[in-house]
Design a binder for this molecule. Structure first.
Ligand code: G1P
Length: 898
């Protein structure tokens, strides 16, 4: 197995023989909507959405099974036909032999290049693929064939790419019938499909999308079209043949169709033959292929005119590389340059998730695009760091998804701020949803100092679901739209602060038998979905508790800044604020308060506002927060028979605590620890004990660090589907990056730098070790029982990792708009007593260098002096917001530690 090596500081890497690792895929995409995946043997797919796949959709198992790839064949008289993708029967047969063909991958952000050598033919092929960063919906490939012998070589070139041209659902919903809809045309530079209909038993529609595969070769500096075509799969492969041994290529037959023909009703292959070529020693022959979409034949033709040109290809490739690199404006300079490069990919991953959603890469073969509520807020974290300009409005718009009962819309439309009612009537409430918007809002306010953001207004979401998923509003009908109305039938508008308060206050009262917030449909862990009645999530109760305290601080800051002692809130909220403190201990009383509130806001709200005193409000929030922390500390701290201690994080549907000593072994889950630490519920002594327990029960260095849980050895149907998964996989005990990274984040927050570093470093080292993780650079959703990185690229953990490394490890962060430098780097992370990072802050590109002249360790130092462009700014660790505003676009900040 080859070693992965970085070639620069921007994530570009090489890897020998990537074809000897299965399940590898790489993303190529643009913001016009093209989403491709490509494998070392040019497999993968291309799509715009669930219904518009140009190449057949692939799940991970198809990657080794499929013979359908973006193939390009070379036929040399007297030899076996050779595939530049390695996808010929003969090449496959030799894959495990010592003299297998040499394959080398070189790739960078959004581009992919494979080199393959055939000693038998004396040819080398270099295949470069990318999706140009333009408004066009097209993927481009350049194939260069080089003669590596001392004599002339004559060959016949043929490209053969199976086209699918329909919806992913037609894979097992009328696959054959939908091929009858194909109208296939040969045009000057290629093959196009214009299906008559889009086929769906619920209603057929006229199709409007043209699918095309176009190609040209370069001869003496001129681009030349193919000479013949075969768009019909069964004709191309021949009777008994297949895409790894197609008759037309194996027997070097002329392709049967010329330009301007129409062949209807068959599965399509874009098989195109070029004129025979003769290349002299060292000479290279170039072919360019464009796979794309259009709304008309002309639009597809235009793609050909624009892109089927070597010079254009090369310049679009360079522009595309630059485009994406410019977007990744965070970088590091540590003692481990591999870590810096790996982080470059992590920083890029949130952009991929915005493009692909949580669907559309081979492991992500679920969903129909789009993201969930949690993901929406999570992805904003990374945006806030990298593209902060757009975020303010995006956050305000996202608050429009909150319902007046504190729950939220779960179907998110494609437009910003668009939320859709669930017409299938699936009532599901994830109890963690209300906690995430505050984390993102808080980061925004700290980075920018824009605390007045809390006063921005938006509407609330409305559908038939009321009472936190318990009831239906039979008075509501679709016709009313999806905004909460006031009695006067106008959409009610409230501040961002009001939205946040409703989310937290309703949750506070929505408790189960142990007075922790009810788990309902699940929490962050989607796999805890079978404890709807009696389940409780202590884990997220802790987070809500921490948020209530932080929110109180924000309200006081806002009040000071605006000089206003009161804020205005919907009248109905008063009932949630005015409960006597004794109510907090009584589950029944809490329910009464919540029911009173939910009944008052079930259909319409009054529209009346009341003025609430800020200090009084903050006292209530602080009391609630302390009550939660005390209650968890008092009731959920476990010490087991081995003398280890940690927090129980959940109650199951039978009403039992799920962690501790059990006959099947010790049961411990990471999530409950993470939020107890992050929220300040755990005391410092408790944090130290939790770390010891996590090290004893959850840590596994062989798979990248901290597992999500120990093996419960039970299919626990009174808690969730995750217990049906084999242990060590996905939500059942894998190293689940998102929670592992949040564990690191929580530890850094509490000053446990060595412990936080251990979490990140073991995860990084594992992922970076290609021979075990079997993934390209970046952080996968999880690492499985065998150490393999799974569900690569599209994971919320990337946002959290970016944030944790920049804000916590490097300590470059906003404090109400001021720049605070509070690094927690370990001694070993400095090289020659220096470490640094660059990012965008307050609209300025800052390059921060930490100097650690005494070689101190985290915890022993703080920032003593700051220099801006080599001139002393001052003592201490803060640069004031107004001083940042005065700086040029690019500055060098040197911070001396002591
Ligand atoms: C995924 C989901 C996320 C969920 C998590 C655990 O995590 O996207 O919403 O909370 O599984 O079930 P991700 O891959 O984003 O890290």
């Amino acid at each position: 197995m080859g070693n992965l090596k970085y070639l620069d500081k921007k994530g570009t890497f090489t890897l020998n023989n990537p074809d000897l690792t299965s399940y590898m895929y790489f993303p190529l995409a643009n913001e016009a909507g093209v989403m491709s995946s490509i494998t070392p043997d040019l497999g993968g797919d291309i799509k715009l959405d669930q219904n518009t796949f140009l190449l057949e959709p692939v799940s991970s198992e198809n990657l080794h099974n499929n013979k359908s790839v973006r193939n390009f064949w070379i036929y040399v008289e007297g030899k076996k036909a050779w595939s530049v993708a390695g996808r010929s029967a003969a090449q496959q047969a030799k894959l495990f032999d010592d003299d297998k063909e040499e394959v080398k991958l070189t790739a960078g952000i959004m581009w992919h290049q494979i080199e393959r050598k055939s000693d038998d033919l004396g040819l080398k092929a270099t295949v470069t693929s990318f999706v140009p960063e333009t408004k066009d919906k097209v993927e481009l490939t350049k194939i260069e064939i080089t003669n590596i012998t001392d004599s002339h070589i004559k060959f016949t070139p043929t490209t053969a790419i199976p086209l699918y041209g329909r919806s992913a659902s037609n894979i097992r919903d009328h696959r054959h019938v939908t091929s009858l809809l194909h109208r296939t045309f040969t045009v000057k530079n290629g093959i196009e499909i214009f299906p008559t209909l889009t086929f769906d038993e619920r209603g057929h529609n006229k199709n409007t999308v043209y699918y095309g595969a176009l190609a040209k070769e370069e001869t003496d500096g001129v681009m030349v079209s193919p000479i013949s075509f075969c768009p019909v799969t069964e004709e191309f492969i021949g009777r008994g043949g297949n895409f790894e041994n197609p008759y037309m290529v194996a027997k070097n037959q002329p392709l049967p169709y010329g330009i301007g023909e129409e062949i209807d009703g068959y599965e399509t292959v874009a098989a195109m033959r070029f004129a025979d070529a003769v290349i002299s020693p060292g000479e290279t022959k170039t072919y360019i292929i464009a796979l794309g979409y259009g709304n008309s034949e002309e639009e597809i033709d235009k793609l050909g005119e624009k892109y089927l040109d070597t010079k254009a290809f090369d310049s679009f490739l360079e522009e595309t590389k630059k485009y994406w690199q410019d977007k990744i404006n965070v970088s590091y300079n540590s003692a481990d340059s591999d870590f810096d490069n790996w982080m470059h990919w992590v920083n890029f991953q949130p952009m991929l998730r915005r493009i692909y959603g949580c669907s559309f890469l081979p492991h992500h073969d679920y969903g129909k695009g789009g993201r969930g509520w949690r993901d929406l807020w999570q992805d904003c974290l990374a945006l806030l760091i990298m593209e902060p300009k757009q975020v303010r409005q995006m956050l305000i718009d996202n608050f429009g998804g909150v319902r007046f009962d504190g729950t939220n819309a779960t179907i998110i439309g494609s437009k910003q701020g668009e939320f859709i009612a669930d017409r299938n009537n699936i009532v599901r409430v994830w109890m963690d949803h209300g906690a995430w918007p505050y984390l993102t809002t808080s980061l925004y306010m700290q980075q920018t100092g824009d605390i007045e953001f809390l006063n921005e207004e938006n509407t609330y979401f409305k559908d038939a679901q009321i009472g936190r998923g318990e009831h239906r509003d039979n008075l509501w009908s679709d016709g009313e739209g999806n905004m909460q109305l006031s009695e006067d039938d106008t959409p009610y508008r409230g501040t961002v602060l009001e939205h946040l308060l409703i989310q937290h206050l309703t949750s506070f009262y929505d408790v189960g038998e142990h007075n922790h917030i009810r788990l309902r449909g699940a929490d962050w862990n989607d796999g805890l979905d079978m404890a709807e009645k009696r389940g409780e999530s202590v884990a997220f109760t802790a987070l809500y508790g921490g948020n209530l305290r932080d929110l109180a601080k924000d309200i006081m800051t806002l009040s000071k800044k605006t000089g206003k002692d009161t804020i205005s809130l919907a009248k109905e909220i008063e009932v949630l604020l005015n409960a006597d403190k004794t109510v907090y201990d009584s589950i029944d009383e809490k329910h009464k308060v919540l029911n009173a509130y939910c009944n008052a806001v079930g259909h319409k709200v009054s529209g009346e506002k009341v003025s609430v005193d800020c200090t009084k409000l903050c006292n209530v929030l602080n009391e609630m927060s302390s009550w939660i922390a005390d209650h968890i500390r008092k009731t959920e701290w476990i010490t087991n028979k081995e003398g280890n201690s940690w927090f129980n994080g959940y109650y199951d549907n039978s009403g039992n605590a799920v962690e501790g000593d059990f006959s099947s072994g010790v049961r411990m889950m990471l999530t409950g620890q993470v939020f107890a630490i992050m929220s300040g519920t755990a005391t410092d002594e408790q944090v130290a004990k939790i770390v010891k327990s996590a090290d004893d029960y959850l840590y596994d260095g062989a798979i990248g660090g901290y597992r999500l849980n120990t093996n419960f050895n039970e299919v626990k149907t009174d808690l969730g589907r995750m217990f049906g998964f084999a242990f060590g996989h996905k939500e059942n005990g894998a190293v689940f990056s998102h929670m592992a990274v949040m564990y690191a984040n929580a530890l850094y927050r509490r000053g446990f730098a060595k412990e936080g570093y251990k979490v990140i470093n073991t995860l990084y080292k594992h992922c970076h070790n290609y021979s075990v993780s079997c993934i390209y650079p970046g952080v996968p959703e999880y690492v499985n029982q065998r150490g393999q990185g799974m569900y690569h690229y599209l994971t919320g953990s990337a946002s959290w990792l970016l944030l944790t490394v920049l804000n916590k490890m490097y300590g470059i962060k906003g404090e109400l708009g001021n720049l605070k430098l509070q690094p927690k780097l370990l001694k070993e992370q400095f090289k020659d007593n220096k470490a640094g990072a660059s990012c965008l802050f307050g609209g300025v590109n800052i390059n921060v260098i930490y100097e650690n002249p005494k070689g101190l360790d985290a915890g022993e130092y703080s920032v003593k002096e700051i220099y801006i462009n080599n001139e002393k700014y001052g003592n201490g660790d803060v640069i004031a917001k107004e001083d940042i505003n005065k700086l040029n676009k690019e500055v060098q900040i040197t911070a001396v530690l002591g």
